[in-house]
Design a protein around this ligand. Sequence first.
Ligand code: SAM
Ligand code: SF4
Length: 324
Amino acid sequence: MIDSFGREITYLRISLTDLCNLRCKYCMPEQGVCKKAHEDMMTLEEMIKGVKTALSLGIRKFRLTGGEPLLKKNIIDICRKISELEGVENLCITTNGVLLEKYAKDLKEAGVKGVNISLDTLDREKFLYMTGKDELESVKRGIKAALKEGFEKVKINTVLIGGFNDDEAEKLSKLTLQYPLDLRFIELMPMNREANFGKESFVPLDYLAASLKGLQKIDESSLSAEDKGSVAKLYKYEDGLGRVGFISAVSNHFCASCNRIRLTADGKIKPCLHSEREINIKGLDELSMKEAFKEAILNKPIAHGDLSFGNFTKSARSMNCIGG
Ligand code: SAM
Ligand code: SF4
């Protein structure tokens, strides 16, 4: 379906849970979130009804996220049920990787095509500082397990934070020389009001590609249709097995070509990550659900406002409650 500004909406991100086994400072309150009542969350049946409705409106790509989606006990069942629906072209998952070693094989068998793993540092102490948990080694094992399973795409998402991991940018991007994965740097977004990130933490990514020696911009004409529509600017080392991407969601937002909407674990469609607007689908019959999806798509704002340092998102939810 085309929204009010001519953008075709083809991508739905579904948050399966607000809960997480890490506490990344930029994403989640330190004390975690209050567990919501079971009856307030979407059931598997409601979620599948939501996916079917999205399919009927032309959405073809789905990403499962959270919170941490691998905390859902029925995660494999969820993946299988979605991937088997007619019209689903691409089902991917975004995970912190802590439980990925355990689930990689089953996710692949359940029809998941791509796995994005979040990893901001290769230093154990820094990982512990940023996430609150000493789990770097589990994440590394998770990445290796994903590579072993041969998913179509394995990507690492790295939020670049000035004074925290900018000194590791080269080391992280050089993982693409060693492994067939894409590493994508993402600008820090001011989401969590409680976290004390100073101005220097918000680094525009434009300079970074130029500062990483040996990285070359990939010629647009050689990109697949999906990569051409990607929000990341893509680069590669000459002998790289994977690519390095830069996602400037803050300094140079890509709202004009945004093709996505989001569904929260409690059944609210968010037309824009940074807007407070939410449209409920929980408890609705098929017809009303379709109307709700249409309303969400037609009310997708033209762009999000300024998100620079100190200008926090307008979204009332922290990132773990939206899905990133
Ligand atoms: N728990 C999973 C994970 O960490 O991959 C999935 C959910 S997490 C909210 C999805 C993505 O959002 C992660 O890659 C995370 O780094 C990113 N994220 C969370 N808060 C962010 C922020 N304030 N700015 C930029 N990216 C953020
Ligand atoms: Fe959890 Fe992902 Fe948020 Fe980190 S970024 S706290 S892993 S939901």
